[in-house]
Design a protein around this ligand. Structure first.
Ligand SMILES: Cc1ncc(COP(=O)(O)O)c(C=O)c1O
Length: 355
């Protein structure tokens, strides 16, 4: 079936080297018990946790465009970056492998969370080439070395930035903006829509605000930064929107310029706590409520912080008359069997502390 995005911009869609990985559209579902507990007549969840098989979450939308481009360019490997427990690096490895591409991931240290160990074990099972690096500069240096050493030549190693948030990857979330706009129109949702999601490398938020605008929706996007503000900011989201719009227009001049894409963006600080991957009391409460009242699995690094913002808004009365939507960006597909039996001895020494 043609997606609402491809239907609106057929020439652009034809010029993008897209590879189908996701099962779209993901459902939009009511969670009435959680809504009632928060005093909300309506609370919806956008189930991106079901976006892919064997692994869902928000990253698959970007990877459809990025891995498609890698194949189109004749690459045999991908190189990406993230923290040790990065969902993006894991999703990249899973889908790269599905498409016959090898995956290198340069990973940095992070705060220990209950999710890091299984992420690393899953990488081992997949055969991801993991290179640990301390600082940002060391990550870049490690990447440069990997490129130089690549046996079939540096140009056959396709580079995917942190979180897949290049302009090309962000187009995946422009398409998501069209998707949710069509779903809302089809269900005849009444009242101002407010979409809550975590904001890290910013591609999801930037693509979504741009896609909603281009689709003619007036939904508000509530972005909850989960990284310190020197790495996530409104000007940086604006720059990514502009670069993404440019990447679209380079392929299809009929894509309109969007003069003020951020007019419906709310950038909500105050839910990060002590830093990336550091749990907060509000996040822990959100995690418990979502699990108990909606069977929704969140985690303390991204999704629970975004949900904590929605809960705070519900309690302060800010959501009166609104239709809030929680964008579930975390995978909910089961882990593969055999993770516990993976040989941890294959893991680079500096990463073994997470197991
Ligand atoms: C579960 C989850 N939610 C949200 C995000 C944030 O998305 P983005 O990096 O596009 O801002 C990420 C990735 O960093 C993630 O893994």
């Amino acid at each position: 079936m043609t997606s609402p995005f491809a239907a609106r911009f057929p020439q652009l869609a034809a010029r993008l080297s897209w590879r189908q990985l996701a099962a779209l559209p993901t459902p939009v579902e009511p969670v009435p018990r959680l809504g009632a507990a928060l005093g909300l007549p309506s609370l919806l969840v956008k189930r991106d946790d079901l976006s892919g098989q064997p692994y869902g979450g928000n990253k698959i939308r970007k990877l459809e465009y990025l891995l498609g481009d890698a194949l189109q360019r004749g690459c045999d490997s991908v190189l990406t970056f993230g923290a040790a427990g990065s969902n993006h690096a894991l999703a990249t490895s899973i889908y790269a492998r599905q498409l016959g591409l090898r995956c290198h991931a340069v990973v940095s240290d992070q705060v220990q969370t209950p999710w890091v160990a299984d992420t690393l074990r899953w990488h081992l099972q997949l055969g991801t080439q993991l290179t640990p690096a301390g600082s940002y500069a060391q990550m870049l240096e490690a990447a440069a070395n990997l490129r130089v050493q690549h046996s079939t030549g540096a140009e056959r190693m396709y580079e995917i930035p942190w979180g897949g948030s290049s302009p090309l990857g962000t187009i995946g979330f422009v398409a998501a903006g069209f998707e949710i706009a069509a779903q809302l129109a089809a269900t005849g949702v009444q009242g101002p829509v407010r979409i809550y999601l975590a904001c890290g490398t910013m591609g999801s938020v930037a693509g979504l605000v741009l896609g909603l605008k281009l689709a003619g929706s007036d939904a508000t996007v509530v972005a909850v930064p989960i990284l310190p503000l020197e790495r996530v900011s409104v000007p940086a989201i604006a720059a990514l929107c502009a670069a993404t719009g440019q990447a679209m227009r380079e392929r299809d001049a009929s894509v309109p310029d969007c003069p003020d894409p951020l007019s419906r963006l709310e950038f909500r600080t105050g839910f990060l706590g002590a830093g990336y991957a550091q749990a907060t009391p509000e996040g822990l409460e959100a995690m418990l409520l979502a699990d108990e009242l909606a069977g929704l699995k969140t985690e303390t690094t991204y999704t629970a912080k975004a949900l904590a913002c929605l809960i705070a808004d519900a309690r302060s009365g800010r959501l009166a008359g609104c239709v809030p939507i929680f964008w579930q960006t975390l995978n909910s597909r089961p882990k593969p069997p055999g993770l516990a039996a993976v040989d941890a001895g294959q893991l680079p020494l500096s990463l073994r502390k997470y197991l």
